[in-house]
Design a binder for this molecule. Structure first.
Ligand code: IMP
Length: 427
């Protein structure tokens, strides 16, 4: 039975949540592997419309065990709020577990994220200000506090005192901010620990049991490949790896157990925050895509930058994730376009290149070379069979397959579960 990693293949917000929500019907385990509450996975189903930040998108299927893996940075206040919101909508969360190895977002992380961004002026990354950079820095610097620490109050207090002493020096001496109170944070996080205790486990054991039973396991990636700190548009990236490899690490599953890697692409490109995006459209077409696609951040509400599909970036994304199949979401947003463009190369410094440069300075100078395809100019949201799509839409999908060098499994033509065309079923 397969272990399927669902990976954002562009700059995030590709629609991973709705893909997981759909595949989870047949899954026994769904694992959120990376990121934190900077993610907002939108799911629309019979329970309502949800922007899930931390809880895996499989939570709506009572038979599925949902796990927040070791690679996720957890803000316990946000998680508790989300659990309560789901319970109020009649969704059972008792089958959701949290890795005891997951790092916690502490009040100094969110504070420092804002202070660091403000101090960068024009060079700010445009982070979600959820504490993501600071929490993953602390994890690497071995200054993290983990979910499991909340289960042992004496050890937690000792650890918090040690870390907070250092953070207060930075807050007061570097940023001129007020110090944070040890007692307040300790009391607050002990309450969170009591509330979450039943969910906190060594999740590697239950994952291993599921793998040995050959259950269908879904790995839910967060953000997108081009925000990866190694391969993305560094430094304009997030701080944990959205790649397939990051999912293995963030769940505690070896790469040989992964049987499929699904790359989720929007039919166009979008990005929030600063950093290069070669196909960004600063014109009416960009505005049209934004308005038709309601391209505003799930977490921050910021307008997303929109542009044509970038096949150079897409090929790169495939190269570093080894996709076995592709999901194209939001094809219907392009319904009204008379012509569609796909970026097939870049012009930079007088040369034509067909690869995604590592340097943001070079990327900033890249001008897209476009191939033009005819639009279909008719609504497709009601279509469920691939063969019933207008020929121009099929031509667009075929061209994406050729350019990405990977077959398309699914095409999404609307936000609801049923608005999916199973070109080549995944399960
Ligand atoms: P951070 O992850 O909050 O540190 O933000 C770093 C960059 O990643 C910023 O450009 C954010 O806009 C972007 N980012 C973080 N999470 C998401 C996401 O879930 N979708 C899209 N962009 C994201």
């Amino acid at each position: 039975m397969p272990v399927i990693a669902v990976i954002g293949a562009q700059w995030g917000d590709e629609g991973k949540g709705r893909v997981i929500d759909m595949l989870a019907e047949k899954a026994k385990v769904v694992i959120r592997c990376t990121g934190g509450d900077n993610a907002g996975h939108t799911v629309i189903n019979p329970y309502g419309k949800f922007g899930l930040r931390l809880v895996p998108s499989g939570i709506f299927y009572p038979e599925a065990t949902c796990i927040i893996g070791n690679g996720v940075a957890i803000n316990p206040a946000v998680l508790i709020e989300e659990i309560e919101m789901l319970n109020q909508h009649g969704v059972d969360t008792s089958n959701m577990f949290i890795s005891d190895r997951a790092n916690l977002i502490m009040p100094y992380h969110t504070l420092l994220d804002g202070l660091e961004e403000d101090s960068k002026g024009g060079k700010a990354i445009g982070t979600t200000r959820k504490g993501i950079g600071p929490v993953f820095s602390d994890k690497t610097a071995r200054l993290g506090i983990r979910a499991g620490d909340l289960l042992d109050k004496a050890t937690f207090l000792e650890r918090l005192r040690f870390v907070l002493d250092q953070k207060n020096v930075i807050l007061t001496k570097v940023y001129g901010a007020s110090p944070l109170s040890l007692d307040e944070i300790y009391q607050q996080y002990c309450r969170y620990g009591e509330r979450l205790a039943a969910h906190i486990k060594d999740t590697t054991v239950m994952i291993d049991e599921a793998l040995n039973r050959e259950d269908v396991v879904l790995l839910e990636g967060a953000q997108g490949t081009l925000l990866d700190p190694d391969f993305g548009t560094y430094p304009y990236t997030t701080s944990s790896s959205p790649l397939a490899a990051g999912s293995c690490l963030g769940a505690g599953i070896g790469p040989t157990r992964i049987s499929r890697v699904l790359g989720v692409f929007k039919a166009y490109c979008s990005r929030v925050g600063t950093g290069p995006m070669p196909t960004e459209l600063m014109d009416e077409t960009g505005d049209l895509i934004r308005e038709r696609g309601h391209e505003y951040g799930t977490v921050t509400g910021r307008p997303r930058r929109c542009g044509w599909f970038d096949a150079v970036a897409a090929r790169f994304s495939n190269r570093i994730n080894s996709f076995t199949g592709v999901v194209v979401t939001r094809l219907d947003i392009l319904d009204t376009m008379p012509k569609l463009k796909i970026c097939v190369g870049y012009k930079v410094d007088g040369k034509t290149i067909d690869y995604f440069p590592s340097s943001v300075a070079v990327l900033d100078r890249c001008e897209p070379i476009y191939e033009e395809l005819p639009g279909w100019q008719t609504p497709i949201t009601h279509i469920r069979e691939y063969e019933q799509l207008p020929p121009q839409a099929r031509q667009y999908i075929t061209r994406l397959e050729e350019l990405i060098s990977c077959p398309v499994n699914l095409v999404c033509v609307g936000p609801e579960r049923k608005q999916t065309i199973h070109k080549m079923p995944v399960l």
